[in-house]
Design a protein around this ligand. Structure first.
Ligand code: GLC
Length: 567
């Protein structure tokens, strides 16, 4: 490849590259070498355009709105109008050069957080807080925490660490997994792993945690889904299909799918989980059918569908996936969706309805509707509620699940817009002074005691119980760009920039509006830095969103409903 001419002026911000410990830096097999020494800022528009050509075909449209430039992303496979990506304007690094020292600091922190196995980077440590003696398991590579790091490296053109991570965790999946005397499913992926270095023997070994050591023995249901989603992101970003096509990767995917597509006693297509099975990995009343898992499940199924080989084993899974996707999207779009109209319907529900003609399918008792929702629900807007099960509707808002619903197109375009409307009209509550609330509202008093088991870390407006998590910024940014509303992300990034670096990249913030650094928050939490970098890079080059976003499948049409936010 001809190296583009250096642009000295632009080099500063992005030029820091993560050169691996042993000085080695190779491009991934089967893809064009993108040297780590070639900074993003050195890339000319020509080069960016050639990357665009390699990447999923994305068409960018700039629409002038009154007060802002809004930008919509379409997958041209679904919106071909005879024009190619070349005809449409593309944001270039040149246009968006941002001499923000925070970006440099964030890259430095991210590079420092890299974990090596036999000289190769295989992940990033959860936190490297030099001031904290209390390490707990924050010195491990968490699968979910690595996702924003991985996206940052992919966007920077350094895919090797991501490939190493995918293969290392795949290898860990293949280990024998038991907790006490109980054998875990073959497909289970670890929550985290740690590299132990023996300086005398000069050996590295890995110990993985599948929930046996985690506080409360929680099951990391999300890990397998993130693994599949990341494999797709790697493939999309690099154009290297050879990794996903490897027999061990195909098998790894099938093992994960076997776990979640197994037939059981279920009457719903959603996935039944225990509490603490995802980012919220403590008891928080998210057992049953939590939105975060359902959205990740949906996205992982769609990702797997695009990567499974059409051989006999692959085909068997593809058939199951297609059926499940149809049932899952119908269920989620019908029963998890809440807007003013739907809330009013539930408010007037009859109960104890017997037979398939029941309107109130889950026998939700209107008295169980919490008071806060009546004021919180705006005229325009809606969201997927936290959980739906027999006589159970958790009305809380969860950020990750709703953003993933937008990115995976589990939400229809109208629902996606309604979610963004809600965020805009309930900005104080959901974003406040630090993006973004993990869930809303917090539980207090008696409810907190019963639901969390008196968890002192999850007191009201702290940690998982209504705390604000900077890592969620990348998800909000991706969702804003996908829905053509980048001004929402811009506003959130400005808030983060006012504090994150100064505060030392905390893990989370406390308080109703996220004003205080979290009571027990780690500093230099890697996914806070990575999340910020990913948000910045997506704003600079929105085509990056393509690696983590999917367009709506036309055959998955939403059911006809009366809801006001569905037009
Ligand atoms: C906390 C978070 C979890 C995260 C872990 C490591 O346990 O709840 O989501 O993966 O810390 O950062």
């Amino acid at each position: 490849m001809d190296r583009p001419k250096k642009r000295d002026k632009l080099r500063a911000v992005y030029s820091m590259s993560c050169i691996y410990e042993n000085g080695e830096k190779k491009g991934a097999e089967g893809i064009r070498e993108v040297s780590s020494m070639c900074s993003i800022s050195e890339m000319t528009d020509e080069y960016l355009l050639s990357r665009l050509h390699d990447r999923p075909r994305l068409k960018l449209e700039r629409k002038k709105s009154n007060d802002d430039m809004s930008l919509s992303l379409y997958d041209s496979a679904h919106s071909l109008d005879g024009r190619s990506a070349w005809d449409t304007p593309v944001f270039s690094i040149k246009d968006s050069f941002d001499p923000n020292p925070m970006v440099t600091e964030a890259w430095e922190a991210l590079c420092r957080s890299q974990v090596y196995f036999r000289g190769k980077p295989v992940g990033t440590i959860a936190a490297c807080d030099p001031a904290s003696d209390e390490v707990a398991n924050y010195d491990q590579v968490f699968v979910r925490d690595f996702v924003p790091s991985a996206l940052a490296f992919l966007m920077k053109g350094e895919p090797e660490i991501v490939k190493n991570f995918l293969l290392k965790t795949l290898h860990i999946q293949g280990q024998k997994k038991t907790i006490d005397r109980f054998k875990l499913g073959d497909g289970a992926m670890p929550a985290s792993f740690k590299v132990l270095h023996n300086p005398i023997k000069e050996t590295d070994t890995i110990i993985a945690d599948f929930g046996a050591s985690a506080i409360g023995r929680v099951a990391p249901v999300d890990s397998g889904f993130w693994w599949i989603i990341l494999l797709r992101a790697y493939t999309k970003s690099t154009g290297d299909h050879s990794l996903a096509e490897r027999p061990d990767c195909q098998k790894g995917m099938r093992l994960i799918l076997s776990l979640c597509l197994a037939e059981g006693f279920d009457t719903f297509p959603t996935l039944l989980c225990a509490d603490g099975c995802s980012m919220i990995d403590r008891r928080m009343g998210v057992y049953g059918y939590p939105i975060e898992i359902q959205a990740l499940f949906f996205m992982a199924l769609r990702s797997a569908l695009s990567m499974l080989k059409h051989d006999s084993e692959g085909k068997e899974f593809m058939d199951k996936i297609v059926k499940r996707l149809n049932a899952l999207s119908f269920h989620m779009r019908s029963y998890f969706w809440l807007d003013l109209q739907q809330l009013n319907d539930i408010y007037r529900y009859k109960t104890e309805e017997y037979s398939h003609t029941a309107v109130n399918k889950f026998n939700v008792i209107p008295d169980s509707i919490p008071d806060w929702i009546f004021d919180f629900m705006p005229l325009r807007g809606g969201y997927f509620v936290g959980n739906v099960g027999p006589a159970h509707m958790d009305f809380r808002w969860f950020a990750l699940g709703n953003c993933i619903a937008i990115l995976s197109s589990l939400a229809t375009p109208e629902q996606s817009n309604a979610i963004m409307d809600l965020i805009e009209s309930r900005w104080e509550e959901l974003v406040g002074e630090m993006p973004l609330k993990i869930c809303y509202p917090a539980m207090e008093s008696h409810e907190w005691r019963i639901v969390t088991g008196c968890d002192p870390k999850n007191t009201r407006w702290s940690y998982h119980n209504g705390g604000s998590w900077p890592v969620l910024l990348w998800l909000l940014t991706a969702a804003s760009i996908k829905t053509g509303r980048p001004q929402i992300a811009r506003r959130a990034i400005d808030l983060a920039e006012a504090r994150l670096l100064k505060d030392g990249w905390p893990e989370y913030y406390d308080g109703k509006s996220g004003r205080f650094i979290g009571k027990q928050a780690r500093k230099f939490q890697t996914w806070s830095t990575a999340g910020y970098l990913v948000a910045k890079m997506m704003m600079d080059d929105p085509t990056h969103v393509g690696m983590i976003s999917m367009e709506e499948e036309k055959h998955m049409k939403p059911p006809l409903r009366r809801s006001s936010s569905w037009t």
